[in-house]
Design a protein around this ligand. Structure first.
Ligand SMILES: C[S@@+](CC[C@H](N)C(=O)[O-])C[C@H]1O[C@@H](n2cnc3c(N)ncnc32)[C@H](O)[C@@H]1O
Length: 200
């Protein structure tokens, strides 16, 4: 699972390509997130979308009534998402922010990470856990979508087993649920993924 992997220059990618062409682009709310919110009866509160990229999930959460902040390492991604959200009349806070060195000072009722954690270098995963823990209110949730170890395509991002998720996060979170699912986007064959509900 830890074979070293290569990632794009995120800023250059968002500067050069329309977000609609990116493999992870999904204009609808992620169905696994939607199910989790319903299951936990979460209907209002503050949400942070980490590595928001095209910002579709931040926008979907705002439409559901959450007070949303969307952040990404790439300023171009954040600028494009902000423009789109303004066109839709959505009130969302957008910030360029590296989650591994986050400058955010507030706490959120939940954090959503759809595809950011699984691009981070393995040696920085514990830094990620500490930062995300700091950003979540007591008893709040981290909803995490990442590639599953069952995904067999050579190229792409880091992959995880349920046991690895437990190992990585259990110092700060209770792992409430891990489901095998897919990563919805523009690829013909959707990558196999895990959807994890973690509680602080
Ligand atoms: C696979 S994309 C997913 C985008 C978005 N979450 C979605 O589902 O459409 C991963 C995103 O993580 C962002 N990213 C990578 N490293 C990051 C970091 N250290 N801090 C914040 N964002 C990061 C990238 O710029 C990219 O937008």
């Amino acid at each position: 699972m830890n074979t070293e992997r290569e990632f794009p220059n995120w800023e250059q990618l968002y500067q050069e390509k329309p977000v609609e062409t990116m493999p992870w682009f999904n204009p609808e709310i992620d169905p696994d997130l939607d199910r989790a919110l319903t299951k936990l009866n979460l209907q209002s509160g503050t949400a942070l979308d980490i590595g928001t990229g095209p910002g579709t999930q931040a926008m979907a959460l705002a439409l559901l009534g959450f007070k949303v902040t969307g952040t990404d390492l790439s300023a171009a991604a954040v600028n494009k998402a902000e423009t789109k959200a303004k066109e839709k009349g959505l009130d969302i806070i957008w910030k360029q922010d590296d989650i591994l060195n986050s400058k955010l000072e507030e706490k959120f009722d939940f954090v959503f990470d759809r595809g950011c954690f699984h691009v981070l270098p393995p040696e920085q995963r514990q830094d990620y856990v500490l930062v995300v823990d700091r950003l979540i209110n007591p008893n709040g949730y981290l909803f995490l979508k990442c590639f599953s170890h069952k995904e067999t395509r050579e190229a792409g991002l880091y992959r995880f087993t349920q046991e690895e998720i437990k190992e990585i996060f259990s110092s700060k979170f209770t792992v409430c649920d891990v489901q095998e699912t897919v990563y919805h986007g523009t690829l013909e064959q959707l990558p196999l993924a895990l959807f994890c509900i973690l509680q602080k």
